[in-house]
Design a protein around this ligand. Sequence first.
Ligand code: SAH
Ligand code: SF4
Length: 448
Amino acid sequence: MDNYVKKAYIRTYGCKQNFADSEKISGFLALSGFEIVKTAEEADLILFNTCAVRENAEQRVFGNVGALKKLKADKPETVIVLSGCMTQQSNIAERFKTKFPFIDTIIGTDILSRLPEIIAKVGSNERKSTVINIGEAGGSYGDSHEGVKPLREGLYTANVPIMNGCDNFCTYCVVPLVRGREVSRRPENIVAEVKELIAEGRKDILLLGQNVNSFGKGSNYGFIDLLRELDSIPGEFIIDYMTSHPKDCGRELLDFIANSRNISRHLHLPVQSGSNRILSLMNRGYTREQYMELAAYAKAKIPAISLTTDILVGFPGETYEDFKDTLDLVEKIGFDSAYTFIYSKREGTKAAEMADFISADEKSAWFKELLDLQGRIGERSYERYIGKTLRVLCLGQGRSDPQLQTGKSRQGIIVDFSGAVKAGEFADVRVTRALPWALVGELTVDSF
Ligand code: SAH
Ligand code: SF4
């Protein structure tokens, strides 16, 4: 038994931030001698890192955790842990505990601080189900965890959380309740991490935060300062970021990006609704006019930009008239793509107290109308790149056509192209064809 390597299986739900947390947890477990495995059956430690942003994500977790019952009965020594945003809510944590007594530990979002006690359980005889210290929201990348190197998948990309939590309290959103107040990482730690990633050969870095524009709030070093420092690291790479909040995304940021070398030309700017009445009920802090002006400025200043968004359908009290304002905004702006969601009631939020008159069927019909519209727009929106030359990071052989290479442009768009370039290198690709989800092109002659 001495040489036995303990195995851990991590299943992650939800946003990129949660995936970044899991990479950090994997890094910590690897440092502690664990092998990270791909199936729950072979693991000594199973960790489900959950998401609370919408009800259907929660239902999936309940289903998947329930399915572990048999595994635990067959292999009672397996330690089962639930973490993440769902478990940060004490009522949900209690529900898990009662419904699935075979769970060993339920922790919140400050996972790394609790990992040592969890690791100690693996191989020990302690089998009491525990819920520990729910209520202190936190991320797995606070100051005390800076030394832990995340175990990242892929060779060229990396997600880098730059902050945790959110202070905005959009009325529909559970994130501020489960992730706690906004805390920014120290700039020097972020810059050091990105430098190391670039030195490792990574070229596509995504900075993560719920509202990256308020990075460093209260200090004299803000998001633009961070981007400026990262942009000046020698070499060619892409620094992307999400999520930008329209109320805090200033024109100076767009001016800076327009003149930067390595900052992404993709702007994900969630609008949520096109109705001023609903935006105000959502507590978003901007009007549709302000949003449209910002989008127009971004397009004028950075002509090659790709603009994407998030839209919420069926917010309490939303009428068809309000929804038509959303359709109108979508049509006028012409997003390259939109993540669309049907409103899901989240306990503890302000919107959960608001009267909701619209039936689920009606909301689904509106949702479909929006999908159809965005589908029609998205179908043709990449056509504007035809004939243009884009700088593309080559990621290897194409999946749809093995004759082609595939890569990612500075706009975050998939580009398949003919011609030989080594994975991990940049090339100039002239776009010849636009598909709804990708561009197709060929290397420009001067790239050889
Ligand atoms: N911080 C980011 C978004 C985080 S959540 C921002 O402010 O844009 C990601 C997306 O999930 C949101 O943009 C929103 O469209 C959606 N979302 C959040 N809460 C939701 C809820 N209660 N029901 C449905 N979708 C929701
Ligand atoms: Fe949620 Fe709003 Fe914060 Fe985004 S900005 S995480 S939608 S509260």
